[in-house]
Write a protein that binds this ligand. Structure first.
Ligand SMILES: *[C@@H]1O[C@H](CO)[C@@H](O)[C@H](O)[C@H]1NC(C)=O
Ligand SMILES: *[C@@H]1O[C@H](CO)[C@@H](O)[C@H](O)[C@H]1NC(C)=O
Length: 164
C-alpha cells in the first residue's frame, strides 16, 4: 500500500540571517511570469511542519550551501530533539542526546538542495496562505512553493513523497 507522505511547511518566522533578499518588483514587467528567488547561501529558518500523519513538528534549519551541509533540529509535540545532519555527499546522520540517545546513518542519492533548486519551476499564480499574498510555483508535481509577493521570502511549501 502506498503511504503518501504529505508535508506542509509554514515558515512563518523565516529568519534569513546572513543575506538579505533583494526585492524583485514583478510589477515592472507584468507580462513576464515571476521567478522564485534563489535561497541565500546560508540562513537559519524556523519551520512549522504538518506531516501527512497529522503529526506536527517544529524544525530549526541551518542551511549552509558553501560548506555543503544542512542541520535540522526537529521536535515533535512533547518529543525529544532529533538532530539531523545532512551532507552534500548524500550522507545524513540522525541522533538524539541523553541516556537513551540513538544514532542512525542514511545514504541518499542526492545531497542537499541547491540554492536555485526551483529553477524551471512552473508559475501557477498567486494565492493567499496564512494571510500572506504569495506567488506560487510548482515543480515536477512534487513541490508547491509559496513566496511572499512583497518581500520575496518563502512562506510555505508543500511536497509529496511517494518513497515512504
Ligand atoms: C494539518 O494538515 C491537515 C491536512 O491538510 C489539516 O486538515 C489540518 O488542519 C492541519 N493541522 C494544522 C494544525 O495545521
Ligand atoms: C560525507 O561527508 C561527511 C562529512 O564530511 C562524512 O562524515 C561522511 O562519511 C561522508 N560520506 C561518504 C559516503 O563519503
Amino acid at each position: 500500500m502506498l503511504n503518501r507522505l504529505y508535508i506542509a511547511i509554514l515558515a512563518l518566522q523565516l529568519i534569513l540571517t546572513l543575506l538579505s533578499h533583494t526585492v524583485q518588483s514583478s510589477s515592472d514587467h507584468p507580462q513576464i511570469a515571476p521567478i522564485p528567488s534563489p535561497w541565500p547561501e546560508r540562513f537559519h529558518a524556523l519551520l512549522y511542519m504538518n506531516l501527512s500523519s497529522s503529526k506536527l513538528q517544529i524544525s530549526n534549519l541551518w542551511y549552509d550551501w558553501p560548506k555543503g551541509r544542512n542541520v535540522n533540529i526537529i521536535q515533535k509535540q512533547l518529543g525529544v530533539l532529533l538532530y539531523d545532519i545532512e551532507w552534500n555527499n548524500g550522507t545524513s546522520f540522525y541522533y538524539t542526546l541523553g541516556s537513551h540517545g540513538t544514532c542512525m546513518t542514511t545514504q541518499f542519492e542526492v545531497g542537499i538542495l541547491r540554492p536555485d533548486f526551483l529553477d524551471g519551476a512552473k508559475y501557477v499564480g498567486t494565492a493567499v496562505t496564512d494571510g500572506f499574498l504569495c506567488n506560487v510555483w510548482e515543480k515536477v508535481d512534487f513541490i508547491w512553493y509559496y513566496e511572499d509577493v512583497l518581500t520575496n521570502r518563502p512562506v510555505r511549501w508543500d511536497f509529496y513523497d511517494d518513497c515512504n
